[in-house]
Design a protein. Sequence first.
Length: 602
Amino acid sequence: MKKFILFLVLILSGINVFSQTDATPESMFNVDPNRKVSGNENQYSGYSVNSNIPGTLLQQYNKSVDQGNDAQKNLFNKDIEKYLSKPVINNSWDPGIEITSGNIPPFNTDWYNTDILVSNTDVANFGGYRQLDLKQGEDGWMYLAVNRRNIAGLNGYITVFSSSNGGVNWATVANISSITGYFGSISMLVESRNNSIADSTRILIYANLSANSNLNDAYLICSSFRRNGSASYFTTVSTPAAGNRFVYPSACSDGMFWQNETYMHSVVREETNAGVFVKLHHFRSIDWGVNHTSGTISSFFDDKFPVCAFSNESGSDSIYIAVERVVDANEHEIRLFATPEIPSNNWSVRYITDAAPGTVYERPSITIQQRYFSLPQKILVTSTKNDRAVYHYSTDGGAAWNIDFSLGLSTQSVDFTSCNSDSSDTGSKDFIAAFVDLNGDSITVRHGILGSMGTPQYKRNTNNSTSTLAPTCAVFKEGSNKFSSFSYSGVGPTGVYYNMESLVTGITPLSNEIPKTFSLEQNYPNPFNPVTNIKFAVVKSGIVTLKVYDISGREVAVLVNEELNAGSYNFDFNAAQISSGIYFYRLTSINYTDTKKMVLIK
């Protein structure tokens, strides 16, 4: 196996390198004796695309979609439109159509009204749609992993960020980089080895790695480090058979139930370099990612996009793996594999959806509420159904399923969904699900309990989201309160943004680039109630003050009074404690002063 030079650019740390290859032989697979047949799962038929479209154009378009290139996808699609039939339109009568705004969907106002820029770099797009992962650790911090691209001198680059204040400010924990290797997609675990020592929290990143940007021959790796970036190491988890590759790694753990004895699990799809399904692999580590054991799951079908979750059960715990199964060209279903927590070649399949031909379920996401085995195991699976976001759930460990509940408006076209859960039943907001609609201008979030997922929260984005990458969401718990949080990538895909329900922040850096001139922008919105954004730019590092005065000139608030580096900033002014009226805000820095007016209306 060709080895890659892989660096972990970490705070205060070197690197130890270990390797582990998969030597477990494949054995006969098991079939659930209670299985029911969905459609015709014993046959496969292909389909053809409009033959009028030039083959080269189709290849270019498909490649742009696979790579997640928004601009090229749009460009090639415009050319394809020229070869498609146009509908007949009868203009002989006027239907008198009028379009008026009804403020639907009802965009929530309790979200922070400027999405926080966590990273302004490009995001990877050639390894699939899972390029971001968001978690809250047992230490209460938020963690966000980003697979990045276009980093000078490096083919692969993953950055993990952390926030100790719910997402107000983010700091880089570690960068995982490779000179010769490309990372495909990522999955993150955040686990505490000792809950009384916060810095014992470890982050583990599972990713597939290849010498080629097309990810041929990709194998599975694991990188691990503490939350302060120290004590880092990198391991090779397993390599596929010759001519094959690993794609779409997914990770889970039993960390809610353990501290130092936490066991890590990862699941990955093995396919030929031409994309033909071979089997699924389940890996487990009992020593925090240093070594792994393995089992396999084989089937007669094309089982795509595996995603796993840990289930604490009486007797043997289980790993549940949701997949998109290609039953036929026009019928894709959601299936759930259950395999023992101890890796083996034993498994059973559970049928979640059972639709007629013409129904296509795609790209599942799964979460299992981490509760003790004495309680019923609650499972949430989200997916798309004919390009609409839906969710399915079970309250008895997957024995019975309630399917096809809408996540949002039935008119919203969606490519990807995300879900997560919290272990506590307090507050009746244990599960969260989210998606970005295809026009990219809003996030839809459902946050509640199984059977009552709450009213959809439509949060209009500050920046358009890419439609080629999945968002990621998490439940942020602070005391007994639970809040919705999510992250997404902007169009490009470039930039990683974060927001949280009821999040109010102070000053936030917008860019590290040195602006050409000092500036103070007009606050937005204006008039406002009670929060408004004030953006400004600082050319030179130094003491900066931003103060608010009433109409008589009396100082009513000091927003900023500190030394800032050169760059662009945003301050969110929460005026809940002052009365309605006209106010002035003044920015003062080195050889610069500017004042603007704002209006507070309550």
